[in-house]
Design a protein around this ligand. Sequence first.
Ligand code: FES
Length: 509
Amino acid sequence: MTPSLDRRSRSLWMTVDVAPNARAMEGDQSCDVVVVGSGIAGISTAYELALEGQRVIVVDRGPIAGGITARTSAHLAPLCDDLTSAMIRLRGEDTAKLFYESQAAAVDRIEEIQKKEEISCDFRRLDGYLFQALNTDSAIIDDELEAVRKVGAPVHRLVGVPLRHCKDQHVLRYPRQGTFHPLKYLAGLAAAIESKNGRFYAGTVVQRIEESEGAVTVTTDRGTISAQAAVVASNSPVIDRFALHTKMAPYRTYAMAFAIKRDAIPDALYWDTLDPYHYVRLQPGDGRSDFLIVGGADHKTGEADDADVRFEALEAWTRNLIPAAQEVTHRWSGQVLDTIDYAGFIGRNPGSRNIYVHTGDSGQGITHGVAGSLINSALILGHKTKWADVYEPSRKTPSGIGNFLSENATAVKNFAEYLAPGELSSIEELKPDHGAIVRQGLSKIAAWRDVSGRLYARSAACTHVGCHLHWNSFETCWDCPCHGSHFAVDGTALNAPAITPLAEAKVGG
Ligand code: FES
């Protein structure tokens, strides 16, 4: 296996080293709870457990907090990302209310922790504005107002937001939302965990998680970890082949940052009523200039490779509504896992006794991550939690069957792609700095050529359960449309659920 050629984009947050002491694991280890995955869910769970005196290990295949959390837009908005009205329709008022409470508790918990641990992470409370998109009617605003009142969240209806062309738009204002710098926050949390003898291992690939009577063994490429319990918080769970993956779907989402003069627009969260929606938020810079973060333009992972067009559309939308936006400073993309009923899967892994899972953050990764840390830590410690049923991984959602069928159509359609011709008829046609799928006999090759002309040829079959990969030219990686794995051009698995690298392909054989 060649070393990883990770050429993915860098987000605004990625200047912070969350755990500078983290190294690859050396030799076998033991602890009370091992956490697989070091994003917001993994580190927050480790923190809650360490606070209770548990000996914790956090292990990650890449750098600590270098995965999808580092690609978030960092909004702390506790209402359902897919609209509360939609959640009530699918899951009923009582569950929607508990969902809101748990997500609001996550924001409260972040506020409390950053204060207690004295973490400088730009945390602040601010208003959130859901505003009627231009050239649409206001029916969504009316529906949503009624729904949000039903779940007991504070909300005010008004007209106009301080963005250009939006003075007559219908708006819902949600007080006391939040935002922060996610990696500064996690760096503070990691230091607090280390001060309680928690350990972080980066660059350590988890290969297997097994359990026997009262014990869990995590096998990595660097040795084994013995523990009483494991929490799998690897974005898309490495432990699962089908049970959870058939109930959620991966979406690529895009974000960009602009320089903007401080106070050019009021510091708030703004998002419109389109699907996918546009969102806007601010992040303090150094000096008199801040960052304006704008995002949206989501699509199902692997179903488009036109990031430049999407960024152009986001930029045009931004310049139309916020003329104060200056030059573009960052462009990046991330991935969200949308579940069929808008809530994540958090709790005991289906069929396991001492393995817990956290996945399906449905566009609310930060608040899900922290809500999940409260739930999984309570379950492990045998404490009561009133939110477990909302996120129970084994829950049945009969009324979500329509969503379920459409999400699974992706996998069915995907396998049919093996019968289609390659994107190029021969590997010789592949230009430098390009990737493409090439048919060779009965198999498909995921091929990339670097600028010097060197060819990297790998099997186009994802190592999770074999779906056909798609090229992502913006991130220079291979995306799996089925369950969200990403692979570097040399085949290294970058994002779960895949564990093993892509097989090398023999060209011309
Ligand atoms: Fe499941 Fe690729 S992620 S087959």
